[in-house]
Design a protein. Structure first.
Length: 213
């Protein structure tokens, strides 16, 4: 059953990136990140009607909070900044396939942080993905003076943050529940991106949200 769900997820993810590129023409990186996180809060709240809240959520362990602090204050800002730069400045056909590297990086972060191992078959897939990404990285425009495709490089940085973050997700979810963790993650990220939007003078764009097409 996992294959149809994976294919559906990939299709939705690809469609989302098309809209992301359109939105990057109207919003800067942190204002767009805030809008996306904030608008995700309401649907996540509805999930509480179907899934339980941890009985002791006011006394969750440090194992729940420290991954979130790393994600909020380090990983999310770097990840979203370079993600939207890659989408805005590059061709989707070049930058989107780089997201296939997230499981590759995740194999490394999961090994070093939580001790998970990759099978031999998995390693062969990793090498194929790495080689394909290298070809994208050196595929620059003829009129470019850069040795590397910068948007692809930006996406690589974002993918590394995603991989570390997904490992952190697993640690924190193990100390709570998936839905409760998702809500707290989104809430904290919304606050962080709102502060960054104010700090970088991007709040004027937020007033135009209702006019976004």
């Amino acid at each position: 059953m996992w294959l149809p769900f994976a294919l559906l997820s990939g299709l939705v993810f690809g469609i989302r990136r098309i809209y992301d590129k359109k939105l990057t023409g109207q919003y800067d990186n942190f204002s767009l990140s805030f809008v996306q996180q904030a608008f995700s809060l309401a649907p996540t709240l509805l999930l509480f009607l179907f899934f339980p809240i941890p009985s002791n959520f006011l006394a969750l362990s440090w194992q729940f909070w420290w991954p979130l602090l790393v994600i909020w204050f380090i990983l999310y800002p770097v990840q979203q900044y370079y993600l939207f730069r890659a989408i805005r400045e590059g061709d989707l056909s070049h930058v989107t396939p780089v997201l296939a590297l997230v499981p590759v990086f995740n194999a490394a972060t999961s090994f070093f942080i939580i001790g998970e191992h990759v099978s031999i078959l998995g390693l062969s897939g990793i090498f194929a993905i790495v080689f394909a990404t290298f070809l994208l990285l050196i595929d620059t425009h003829e009129d470019s003076d850069s040795k590397y495709n910068k948007p692809v490089l930006f996406m690589l940085i974002s993918c590394i943050c995603m991989a570390i973050g997904s490992t952190m997700d697993k640690i924190a979810i193990g100390a709570s529940t998936p839905v409760f963790y998702s809500f707290v993650n989104l809430l904290g990220a919304s606050i962080i991106f709102l502060v960054l939007a104010y700090a970088y003078g991007q709040t004027g764009e937020l007033r135009q949200v209702k006019h976004c097409e």
